[in-house]
Write a protein that binds this ligand. Structure first.
Ligand code: SF4
Length: 245
């Protein structure tokens, strides 16, 4: 006899994951990700972390339109890049990271081309990318997933928030590699890019940092946080006193 506990079991996680894909794919129906060279994926990841696909696409195409080439971006002031990123959160930090990355790539390869990474093994390529100061775990995982053909799920703060609330990430584990490894185990490789798209769309539409709109969320029935907030709301409606969370 199976015991239902608050601790999400692997079977529960699989069930939530399956429902998540079916429901959110139907709801957001994201387009296939755009193919880009390795360097561009690395730079795009700086725009994409903690934002939506639409925001990142707009910022990235503005960047391409406003500057002649990557060298011009490298030698521009961070203020100029910040203006292009004006719609993104933490535009100043992103601008500095972008310029820093271009500088690092230029100093190490004397070019703006990282296609050579396709010829290295995945581990070796990821290791080389992670040596860049401006490339965090998200950016490396993004490049591995989007263009190097590996199975990596880039996790930004918004995705981690949603996944913790859904019970798909547990504990206070801060080790990003371990967090990703757990998820990569339950997400089929072929669905990795879809997963990024739908989770960031959900984070943007309803699963806000403050006051998530659980009653409008398509995953409310599967989500322990959504269920809890429903119980609290019903308790409050009935004049019941809810325990502080
Ligand atoms: S039910 Fe609420 S907490 Fe759970 S995923 Fe949806 S918005 Fe986030």
């Amino acid at each position: 006899m199976g015991l239902e506990t608050d601790m999400p079991t692997t079977t529960n996680k699989q069930r939530v994951m399956t429902h998540l894909f079916t429901t959110l794919k139907k709801r957001y129906d994201p387009a296939e990700p755009e193919a880009r060279p390795v360097l561009e994926q690395l730079l795009y990841a700086v725009c994409r972390e903690g934002t939506t696909r639409e925001q990142a696409d707009r910022a990235f195409s503005n960047l391409r339109e406003r500057f002649y080439d990557w060298n011009e971006v490298r030698v521009s002031s961070s203020r100029e890049i910040e203006e292009v990123f004006a719609d993104l959160p933490h535009a100043d930090v992103r601008a500095q990271r972008l310029i820093g990355l271009l500088q690092e790539v230029f100093e190490t390869t004397f070019s703006f081309d990282l296609e050579i990474l396709h010829k290295k093994g995945l581990k070796q390529a990821a290791k080389q990318l992670s040596r860049y100061q401006g490339a965090n775990d998200y950016a490396v995982a993004w490049v591995v997933q989007q263009t190097l053909g590996g199975h990596a799920v880039p996790l930004d703060d918004a995705s981690i928030r949603v996944l913790r609330r859904l019970g798909l990430l547990e504990g206070d584990q801060e080790d990003m590699e371990a967090l990703r490894a757990g998820l990569e185990h339950v997400i089929p490789k072929a669905r990795g890019t879809l997963f990024n798209e739908v989770i960031s769309a959900l984070a943007d539409e309803v699963c806000w940092e403050d006051s998530p709109r659980c009653s409008s969320c398509p995953l409310c029935h599967d989500c322990p946080t959504g269920q809890e907030s429903g119980r609290v709301a019903v308790g409050a409606e009935r004049g019941g006193r809810s325990k502080p969370r």
